[in-house]
Design a protein around this ligand. Structure first.
Ligand SMILES: C[S@@+](CC[C@H](N)C(=O)[O-])C[C@H]1O[C@@H](n2cnc3c(N)ncnc32)[C@H](O)[C@@H]1O
Length: 216
């Protein structure tokens, strides 16, 4: 089964550095891949979010690579890891322990492949942990998970609880509708980045991406 997932990810992606963190090489669905122009019914996967490096994830990984002290010797959870870039950036910047979590088995497979490509030590899990009480990590990375308002509200409530317990909660987001003005009262801006041209093409409408920290 794992072998099947791995060969599917390898077959449908290409290595790419055309993003905000070119020091990381990531297997992604690029314009050179047949799937790039595929319609939904031609896709062999349901929603291959892991095949793209989302603007929110790019902001998260860029910030970590430029400000390594935020993860050094810390225990990091990359929630909704997708291609795994946030987790990989944290591992590269000397985090003590890194868990990349995603409910999509293809995402954790892509993360394992990408971690190996970048010689980064990252563990993975597919459990749905949002809302759990015992989160044994001191930094939580959330890249681009505010695309659905109802889910965003539930997620944000939990992230605020984790922040109030003293955990550092970082949210990468290009301005999606789920991160509303109400949420903005509880987050502080850490950085804004211009997206590279390829990422703008992929994300029509977004030219910038930002990193926020949830207030404690
Ligand atoms: C838009 S993608 C972002 C991926 C990555 N963080 C990035 O920025 O490139 C959102 C990811 O969240 C994952 N996801 C959705 N619900 C989740 C949940 N309850 N727990 C963990 N991951 C989840 C999806 O499978 C998907 O990989």
């Amino acid at each position: 089964m794992l072998k099947d997932l791995t060969s599917m990810v390898l077959r449908h992606t290409r290595p790419s550095r055309r993003h905000l963190t070119p020091e990381l090489i990531l297997r992604l669905i690029t314009p050179e891949c047949p799937l790039w122009n595929a319609t939904e019914d031609q896709l062999p996967f349901k929603d291959p979010f892991w095949g793209f490096y989302w603007p929110g994830g790019q902001a998260t990984a860029r910030y970590i690579l430029d400000n390594g002290e935020i993860v050094k010797n810390r225990q990091i959870l990359d929630l909704g890891c997708g291609c795994g870039a946030g987790a990989i950036a944290a591992a590269k910047m000397c985090a003590k322990r890194v868990l990349a979590n995603d409910i999509d088995s293809y995402a954790v497979t892509a993360t394992q492949i990408n971690a190996k490509l970048n010689e980064a030590s990252v563990k993975t899990s597919t459990n749905n942990i949002i809302g759990n009480n015992n989160i044994d990590f001191d930094t939580i990375l959330v890249g681009d998970m505010f695309y659905d308002e109802e889910f965003a509200n539930f997620l944000f409530q939990w992230l605020r609880r984790l922040a109030s317990e003293g955990k550092a909660v970082l949210i990468g987001d290009p301005g999606r509708h789920g991160l509303t003005a109400k949420h903005h009262q509880h987050i502080s801006l850490l950085a804004t980045y211009k997206l590279p041209e390829d990422s703008c093409l992929e994300n029509r409408g977004f030219s910038d991406t930002t990193l926020w920290m949830v207030n404690s």
